[in-house]
Design a protein around this ligand. Structure first.
Ligand SMILES: *Cc1c(COP(=O)(O)O)cnc(C)c1O
Length: 492
C-alpha cells in the first residue's frame, strides 16, 4: 500500500498533507499574475490542450507531475471570478476565509445526513439556520407560536424544488386531504397551477416537471416596466383559472430576477395567496443578499410573510459554490421529507437529542456548506458584510445613471440590486435595423472575452439583444466602470 494517502495522526501523513497543500497554494497564487478575467483561448484551443493528457494512465504519474499539468493547462485558463473584468453572471468571487473553509470541510469530509457523520457540523448548521431564520424575520421562539426551520442545499434550484415540493404536499394535505407522500399525485393534478413572473428562474418549470405537474402547471404572469410581477394581471389570471376549474396551489415571488434584479412585492402577493389558499414561496436566490445591507435591506420587502424562502450564499454573499438554503416559516412543513431508515436516522436518536438533518433534505450525503456562512459572518461581522453589498449596489446605480444620460446606450430599468441590462446603440447617422444592432451588441461581448479578457453578460429584452453587467465584485470602482463603458463604445 502506498504511503500517505490520508491525513492521519501519523507525522509522515501530516507532512505529506502540508506539502501537497503548500505546493497547490503556491501554484494557484503563481497562476494569478494579471488582472484579466480570462486568458482568452477559444473552445477549440482549450479542447486540444486538455485532450493531450491521458486521463487514466495505467500507472499514476504522481502528484508533482500532475501539478505540472495543472500549471501548464488548467490553472492559467480558469475564469477568474475575483477579477473586476468579470461581470457576466450571478457568479461571485469567493471571500478568502471561506476558501479556507472549503479546505477544512473537504479535509474532514463530514456528511450532514446523520449526527454520527457530522456531530459538531450538525450543531453548526442548526445554529446557522436559526440565525438565518431570525435574519429573515421568522419566529424562533416556540413560546410565541410556530417556529421557522431550514436546511442547506446545493443551490437555488434545489432550494426552489424543495420549497415547491413542500407547497404541493401542504396544499394536498390541507385542502384535498390527500397524502402525496403515500399515494402520489391526486386525480385532479393536471389542474394544479403555480404562478410566477414571466421572467422568473427556469427552476420553476424544472421543479413543476420533476414534481409530476408539468410545465403546463406554471402560469407566467406578465411584468410591468420595472420588471416586477404585474399584480393586476396576476389577480386576473388566478380568477380566470378558478372560474375554469383550475386549482391554484402556489405563488412564487422573485426577490431579485436573474437578469434585472427586480423584486416582486411580497405584501401584494401574500394577499392574493391568502385569498386562494396558496403557499407563498420567495425565490430570493439573488436578492436574499440584501438582508446584509444596512441601507438597502428594506428593498426585499417583508420576507417573513412567505411560507418558504430560497437563499443563495454563492451569489451576493460571496461564498464559494455550492452554498444555499431553503428556509420555511413553519418547521412542521418539513414533514413530507421525513423518512426513517434503521441504519441512519433511528427515531430513538431524536428522542435522545441527536439531530439527523436528512429529514429536511432531498439529498442524503450532503456537504457541510453551513461552515462557510459561520466563518464569513464572524470574520466580517454585520458592518463588513454590509459594506461589501452596499458597494455593489452603489456601483449598479452609478452605471445606470451614466447609461441613462448617454445617447449611446439604452438601459432597460433602474437597478434595485446590482445588475444593469442595456443595449448599445449604433453610432451610424443613418437608420440601422434592429438586427444590425443585435449583431453589434453580440460582437462587443465576443471581442471583450477573446481580445480583452473581459467577460460581461448578454440577454434578450423584448426580443432584442442586450448586454448585462452583474456587479457582484466590491472591488469595482466608478473609474473602472467608466473605462469599461468607454471601451465598449470604442468597439462599435
Ligand atoms: C441563480 C438563481 C437561481 C438558481 O440558483 P442556483 O444556485 O444557480 O441553482 C434561482 N432563482 C434565481 C432568481 C436565481 O437568480
Amino acid at each position: 500500500m502506498e504511503n500517505n494517502i490520508f491525513l492521519t495522526s501519523n507525522p509522515s501523513d501530516k507532512d505529506a498533507y502540508k506539502s501537497i497543500m503548500t505546493k497547490t497554494v503556491d501554484a494557484i497564487v503563481d497562476s494569478v499574475n494579471d488582472s484579466r478575467a480570462y486568458a482568452g483561448p477559444t473552445p477549440q484551443v482549450l479542447g486540444s490542450q486538455v485532450g493531450k493528457y491521458e486521463i487514466f494512465p495505467s500507472k499514476g504519474i504522481g502528484f508533482d507531475a500532475l501539478l505540472a499539468n495543472l500549471k501548464e493547462s488548467i490553472l492559467p485558463n480558469f475564469l477568474r471570478t475575483a477579477s473586476t473584468d468579470y461581470m457576466a453572471h450571478l457568479h461571485s468571487p469567493a471571500l478568502l476565509e471561506t476558501i479556507a473553509s472549503e479546505l477544512i470541510l473537504s479535509t474532514f469530509n463530514q456528511s450532514m445526513d446523520s449526527w454520527d457523520q457530522s456531530p459538531v457540523a450538525t450543531e453548526v448548521e442548526v445554529a446557522v439556520v436559526e440565525k438565518l431564520c431570525t435574519m429573515y424575520g421568522y419566529n424562533m421562539d416556540s413560546s410565541k407560536g410556530i417556529i421557522g426551520d431550514g436546511c442547506f442545499t446545493s443551490g437555488g434550484s434545489q432550494s426552489n424544488l424543495t420549497g415547491i415540493a413542500l407547497a404541493r404536499d401542504w396544499f394536498c394535505n390541507k385542502t384535498l386531504h390527500h397524502d402525496v407522500k403515500k399515494y402520489g399525485l391526486p386525480e385532479n393534478y393536471r389542474k394544479f397551477r403555480l404562478y410566477t413572473s414571466e421572467i422568473s428562474h427556469f427552476s420553476m418549470e424544472k421543479s413543476a416537471h420533476l414534481l409530476g405537474l408539468g410545465y403546463n402547471s406554471v402560469v407566467k404572469v406578465p411584468v410591468d416596466k420595472y420588471q416586477k410581477m404585474d399584480i393586476t394581471a396576476l389577480a386576473q389570471l388566478v380568477a380566470k383559472d378558478v372560474a375554469e376549474g383550475n386549482i391554484p396551489f402556489c405563488l412564487v415571488a422573485t426577490i431579485g430576477t436573474t437578469d434585472y434584479g427586480s423584486i416582486d412585492s411580497v405584501s401584494e402577493l401574500r394577499k392574493i395567496a391568502d385569498t386562494y389558499g396558496m403557499w407563498l414561496h420567495s425565490d430570493a436566490a439573488y436578492g436574499s443578499g440584501l438582508v446584509l445591507s444596512d441601507i438597502y435591506k428594506n428593498r426585499m420587502g417583508n420576507l417573513s410573510i412567505c411560507d418558504s424562502i430560497t437563499v443563495d450564499f454563492h451569489k451576493m454573499f460571496l461564498l464559494p459554490i455550492s452554498c444555499s438554503a431553503i428556509l420555511i416559516k413553519n418547521s412542521s412543513h418539513f414533514e413530507p421529507l421525513e423518512l426513517h431508515a434503521d441504519y441512519l436516522n433511528r427515531e430513538e436518536d431524536e428522542e435522545d437529542g441527536y439531530t439527523n438533518l436528512v429529514g429536511k433534505s432531498l439529498q442524503t450525503t450532503r456537504r457541510f456548506d453551513a461552515l462557510k456562512v459561520w466563518v464569513a459572518f464572524q470574520v466580517r461581522g454585520q458592518e463588513g458584510m454590509s459594506t461589501l453589498i452596499n458597494t455593489c449596489i452603489d456601483n449598479a446605480l452609478y452605471v445606470y445613471s451614466r447609461l441613462d444620460k448617454s445617447p449611446d446606450f439604452s438601459p432597460v430599468t433602474k437597478p434595485e440590486i446590482s445588475s444593469v441590462v442595456f443595449r448599445v446603440l449604433s453610432k451610424k447617422e443613418e437608420q440601422v435595423s434592429e438586427e444590425e444592432i443585435d449583431e453589434l451588441n453580440k460582437g462587443i461581448r465576443r471581442s471583450l472575452i477573446h481580445e480583452k479578457g473581459i467577460v460581461i453578460g448578454q440577454t434578450l429584452y423584448n426580443g432584442l439583444v442586450h448586454l448585462k453587467f452583474t456587479l457582484l465584485n466590491p472591488l469595482l470602482t466608478h473609474e473602472k466602470l467608466d473605462s469599461l463603458l468607454d471601451l465598449i463604445l470604442s468597439l462599435r
